[in-house]
Ligand binder design. Structure first.
Ligand code: AKG
Length: 284
């Protein structure tokens, strides 16, 4: 039996008059570069982009976010009982915005998702010494849709500190994005690799890839920034519309505004009173 999606053009076309999509408006990159990165992502489920950001940018980010942690530990073994997490950072600081909207990252997301994909969550994760390994998981697992399937999410993990064999570098199982609905077996776990990378590098991976934070056996914390993105018709993990005041969003770039939900999935998902949500950012 074949499955067909039958829909009317009205349901798929962009009905907004004033605010046409700004998707794909980031700085242009050589399409051949995006092709070669996407080839690895499609095959392996991930890629490491070494030194995409400078060590100095990472030091500046660290100095900005470190005083903002509100808790010394997480609340369970998923958040990490020896791990600090900073949520909703855009409400306080825009230090991470250029990283969230880096042209290469948006270029990859443009290939993976429909226009007007969303930022699903943004966190700083600081794994302290003696932290145990996080349970393996895949990030878009909360969308109840059978696997194997397309990715409904994608993520970046940016090494703010060097990621080493000892200090809790993210652990992942290459090609696990292709699996059906199953848990990792002992054989799969034997194929785990650690995303060892110098600070300023980015682990980019699909929401269907099995991974987790590593155990930190070193004597220093391991900090990362992580941004997760999702398809424009999926619910985001963090409810940024409620947590980031419009007055702050007005000061952000169009890319960030779009990622935070001041955009629509055609014809009108995301509307406010039947209108494009970007109108909320207009000066009255
Ligand atoms: O910190 C890491 O390396 C990964 C964390 C992670 O996958 C998560 O918290 O969902």
């Amino acid at each position: 039996m074949s499955h067909r999606i039958v829909t009317s053009e009205t349901i798929t076309s962009d009905l907004s008059g004033r605010y046409k999509s700004t998707a794909g408006s980031q700085g242009k990159l050589d399409p051949a570069l995006i092709d070669s990165v996407m080839e690895a992502v499609t095959r392996d489920g991930y890629i490491i982009l070494e030194n995409l950001f400078s060590p100095e940018e990472m030091d500046t980010l660290k100095a900005d976010v470190e005083p903002r942690f509100k808790h010394d530990t997480g609340r369970n073994n998923f958040e990490g009982l020896a791990t600090q997490r900073l949520y909703t950072m855009m409400a306080e600081t825009d230090i991470a915005n250029p990283i969230v909207e880096h042209a290469l990252i948006l270029g990859l997301l443009d290939r993976i998702f429909e226009p007007n994909y969303l930022l699903s969550q943004l966190q700083v994760i600081n794994i302290h010494p003696n932290e145990a390994a996080q349970p393996l998981h895949y990030d878009d697992g909360f969308y109840p849709w059978p696997r194997p399937r397309r990715a409904l999410g994608a993520a970046t993990i940016i090494a703010v500190d060097d990621f080493t064999e000892e200090n809790g570098a993210t652990v992942l199982i290459p090609q696990s994005h292709l699996w059906g609905d199953r848990m990792p077996t002992p054989d799969d776990k034997a194929k785990r690799i650690k995303a060892v990378m110098p600070k300023g590098s980015v682990l980019f991976f699909l929401g269907t890839l099995w991974h987790g934070g590593g155990n930190n056996q070193s004597d220093s914390p391991r900090m990362c920034l992580t941004a997760q993105y999702c398809a424009p018709f999926c619910r985001t993990q963090e409810n940024f519309s409620l947590s980031i005041p419009t007055t702050r969003v007005k000061t952000f770039s169009e890319n960030i505004q779009r990622l935070l939900g001041y955009s629509i999935h055609p014809p009108f998902m995301g509307m406010v009173e039947g209108k494009h949500p970007r109108r909320l950012l207009d000066d009255k």
